[in-house]
Design a protein around this ligand. Sequence first.
Ligand code: ATP
Length: 320
Amino acid sequence: MATAPSRGGPVSAVPAAIEATDVSRTYQLDGVSVPALRGVSLTVAPGDYVALVGPSGSGKSTLMHLLGGLDRPTGGRLVIGGREVAALSAAELADLRNRTIGFVFQAFHLLPRTSAVDNVALPLVYRGVGARQRRARAAAMLDRVGLGHRLNHRPNQLSGGEQQRVAIARALVADPAVLLADEPTGNLDSATGAAVLELLERLNASSGVALVLVTHDHEVAARARRRIAMRDGVVASDSAAPAGEGGTGRRAAADGRAELHDRPPSGGVDGPDTLVPAPSAEPRSASGSGPGHPPGGSGGAIGATGRLPRPPDDRAGAGS
Ligand SMILES: Nc1ncnc2c1ncn2[C@@H]1O[C@H](COP(=O)(O)OP(=O)(O)OP(=O)(O)O)[C@@H](O)[C@H]1O
């Protein structure tokens, strides 16, 4: 069984790999079958750093939703964290997702009236972690992404890069084996996007969380250690980066330097990361019927229904 190193602790017993074998996903639309994925086979290994690329409509989002347990295949075999998805009830799949997968989206999906620390603490609510522990872990995770001094800021009091850092902290606070990032730099200017990407790479290198990143940006894709190219619902190529390319963070980890650089030297607030991002595009629908991004709300903290939950009182937040 594949396992992943747990941040700051012993090796976790949680299976890390995702395995898709001849997976297909066909949508039914007005009586017409739309084959979005047609026999995809791939494995995400512990600590992987994968860029998922391909033209619009090639099936990237559909595949990400399957890999993240937000949707189920209509054919083939999908195993997440050692559990076969087809054998799980909706509640079991939600629990597996909560324990195994973190999500980061282009549009951040933070709760707007909730502080950074309470946004980050939200996934721990679903893990049954007590309020005091939630706050402590969320604060530590925010510190790790360079926002230890922004705990009580609400999203509209943070820059775009800082908001994405909060979203990354939220995605990682429950120590998932795999982080799925759908265009995580897509709403940011290039300098801020580069800083966010470097943060993701540092976290991948230092914690062993597998990073799977959907991107249309060739420069972003070129940094990954492995590139999976989708075309017309199939994997057109799945290749390791040529020697000397990709895997910046992994090489740093191998050198033993990654942990030292886990936190940006400046605290992450100075320099380009404070720039205001381009306006967010409206997220697409994320009902069970389609592969769009989850609706506005909490983004990485996806509840039992596979939709993004909203706490009873957004003003109170999760960690208070
Ligand atoms: N709910 C749905 N019902 C019917 N067809 C769908 C549905 N969702 C997606 N599709 C179709 O499935 C195919 C793959 O869509 P998907 O969104 O996965 O592509 P993508 O590679 O992520 O595209 P983009 O880069 O534009 O986001 C497309 O042909 C799309 O039209």
